[in-house]
Design a protein around this ligand. Structure first.
Ligand SMILES: Nc1ncnc2c1ncn2[C@@H]1O[C@H](COP(=O)(O)OP(=O)(O)OP(=O)(O)O)[C@@H](O)[C@H]1O
Ligand SMILES: [Mg+2]
Length: 268
């Protein structure tokens, strides 16, 4: 449900990123309210990950600007990093470490005070349903457990804004539901603003207050799932996607699809 709030968690102003002569994200204007779950959707190569990388200060914009939790990604990247968490499209947990050890590493990286680390880690493990797997090597985790551990990692420092790039890719339906359920609970319990990408339209409808459909670096449509269905004149979210993004995007290339499949295989 949309939260009655006026504060803005994410705002971009003509945010643009080029790679050589290719413009991956074109003058993007996006506003996400505090406490909202916002879905960034679109075909392979649409520019979703590039947008997230700019918002998480991992990639400098070519032009334009963006603020996360009120801090500018270019001029105050430290301020942004303190207030955001990030679960990347690729696997970031270390398989050779236990769940606990992975979390400890992240607690240190995020500067969680030493005296609080143990409790924060235990709370995060409990919240994500991983207490029993605490001391198991991550390489023995299922795909769903790995994703939940990565979400636990990203929330250790209690970020205001959480970015998740295809958190359910490659997961079975039960594991998907668990991840979704935890994200909803994260918003409910902590008021976390969540920006998430997914290719699963049903999932987007279930999870998101609002959705933007990107195509070739621009936003083709934006609104609540209901509004988008009305605009597209359909009751099916898959048809909403096809209506706004087309069945095949010119920007989708072999590399994009290969990369998406690689992540799916590693989690599946
Ligand atoms: N470092 C890079 N160098 C050159 N081109 C890049 C680079 N990163 C991304 N691109 C290109 O920018 C475009 C957008 O890529 P991006 O990863 O943002 O897409 P995406 O919407 O996340 O796609 P997917 O659904 O496959 O994850 C693609 O055409 C991609 O090949
Ligand atoms: Mg991507």
């Amino acid at each position: 449900m949309p939260q009655p709030t006026t504060s803005i968690a994410i705002q971009t102003d003509r945010l643009t990123r080029s790679f050589g002569s290719f413009v991956a994200v074109k003058a993007l204007n996006l506003v996400v309210q505090s406490g909202e779950v916002f879905g960034l959707l679109g075909p392979n190569g649409a520019g979703k990950t590039t947008t997230i990388k700019m918002l998480t200060t991992m990639l400098p914009p070519s032009s334009g600007s963006a603020k996360v939790a009120g801090h500018d990604v270019t001029t105050d990247s430290v301020g942004v990093r303190k207030r955001m968490g990030y679960v990347s499209q690729m696997i970031s947990a270390d398989g050779a470490l236990t769940g606990f050890e992975n979390l400890l590493l992240f607690a240190r990286i995020y500067g969680v005070p030493k005296a609080e680390r143990q409790k924060r880690i235990d709370d995060a493990l409990h919240f994500m349903g991983l207490t029993d797997a605490r001391d198991k090597l991550v390489r023995a985790y299922s795909g769903g457990m790995i994703r939940r551990l990565e979400i636990a990692q990203s929330m250790l420092h209690r970020p205001q804004v959480l970015f998740l790039d295809e958190p359910t890719i490659g997961l079975d339906p039960a594991a998907r539901h668990q991840v979704r359920d935890r994200l909803k609970e994260l918003r409910r319990s902590f008021g976390t603003t969540i920006l998430v990408t997914t290719h699963d339209m049903e999932e987007a409808e279930d999870l998101c207050d609002r959705i933007a459909i990107m195509k070739s670096g621009v936003i083709a449509a934006e609104g609540s799932p209901e509004e988008l269905k009305r605009q597209a004149g359909t009751n099916s979210m898959d048809e909403v996607f096809i209506h706004f993004a087309g069945e095949f995007s010119d920007a989708t290339n072999y590399q994009d699809v290969a990369r998406a499949r690689k992540t799916a295989r590693r989690l599946g």
